[in-house]
Design a protein around this ligand. Structure first.
Ligand SMILES: *Cc1c(COP(=O)(O)O)cnc(C)c1O
Length: 291
């Protein structure tokens, strides 16, 4: 299931920047998309090596990680369960999870704050279950994301990514430091107060000379948006033919554009924008769009 195929690189047309490319991790798989595929690669290997047959994870009702885990489990012949934050709902993402056979356990917001307690209530001493943290955040996930660096062209000077938990960014930085390459990592937190992500990254890779944090592109916070961002996103999609989403990749692309304008991403240096996937959620967002 986890092939060694590299995701494609595609040049982005830009009037000022002739060396702007996008790493299309969104094309790796439609349902185990982007960074979720990268994260799950070694998690599934570890689960299998431990002889486990049932993945148990956590997420919100619109979580890309839940769909990715459900799809990966089904394709690997494993069972899957998930603690879903909040009261019982139904939506496009959860329907996909159910089609893949995932058992959804709706969990109050209070109880959800204690993941280990949730797990132990249902699965303590269960020899078959393998717990995956929310969003897949783990050493295995970092290792999977680090492999992206090995796939970048030799003249890459900058890579830019969106961050929610920072696990993907941690993997990228770890990959950069391990390779000894002169690549600067630019991280765009999609939530307010994203500085905690630096702390998260340091847990996995303490050497942060090649890390630049850009905290001003959250557009009000996680899953929040503004007309300016939606308009930018619509124009980007129409111009490039590449779908991006308002929660993660549109904020990253908007930041890329602005950092080019400010000269932080110089026009003579190769820039790779990482498309981390996660496009399924757009289907449930019709109320957000103004057109
Ligand atoms: C989950 C997700 C992210 C966030 O990744 P982290 O490792 O949690 O920072 C970024 N982009 C997309 C499309 C995602 O689905």
């Amino acid at each position: 299931m986890f092939t060694e195929m590299h995701s494609p690189l595609q040049q982005l047309p830009h009037t000022k920047h002739p060396k702007l490319w996008m790493k299309r991790d969104d094309l790796i798989d439609p349902y185990i998309s982007g960074n979720k595929w990268r994260k799950l690669k070694y998690i599934l290997k570890a689960a299998r090596a431990a002889g486990k047959s049932h993945l148990v994870t956590y997420g919100g009702a619109y979580s890309n990680h839940l769909v990715a885990t459900a799809a990966a489990a089904a394709r690997s012949g494993l069972k899957s369960s998930a603690f879903v934050r909040g009261e019982e709902v139904n939506n496009e993402m959860l329907i996909l999870c159910k089609l893949y056979g995932m058992n959804l356990i709706f969990t109050s917001r209070e109880a959800y704050r204690e993941p280990a307690t949730c797990y132990n209530k249902l699965f303590a001493n269960n020899p078959d279950t393998y717990a995956i943290p929310e969003g897949g955040a783990s050493e295995e996930a970092v290792r999977g994301c680090a492999e992206i660096i090995d796939e970048l062209p030799a003249d890459t000077a900058h890579i830019i990514c969106a961050a929610g938990t920072g696990t993907t960014a941690a993997g990228l930085l770890k990959g950069i430091v391990a390779s000894g390459r002169q690549i600067q990592l630019h991280v765009v937190p999609v939530l307010k107060g994203g500085d905690f992500i630096t702390t998260e990254i340091i847990r996995y890779e303490p050497f942060i000379n090649q890390l630049s944090m850009h905290l001003d592109y959250h557009f009000g916070g996680y899953a929040k948006t503004k007309p300016e961002l939606l308009q930018y996103m619509q124009q980007f999609i129409a111009k490039t033919g590449i779908l991006i989403d308002p929660v993660y990749t549109a904020k990253m692309c908007f930041a890329t554009e602005d950092l080019i304008k400010k000269g932080i991403l110089p026009v003579n240096e190769k820039v790779i924008a990482l498309h981390t996937g996660g496009l399924l959620g757009i289907m449930g967002m019709k109320d957000k769009f103004i057109f």
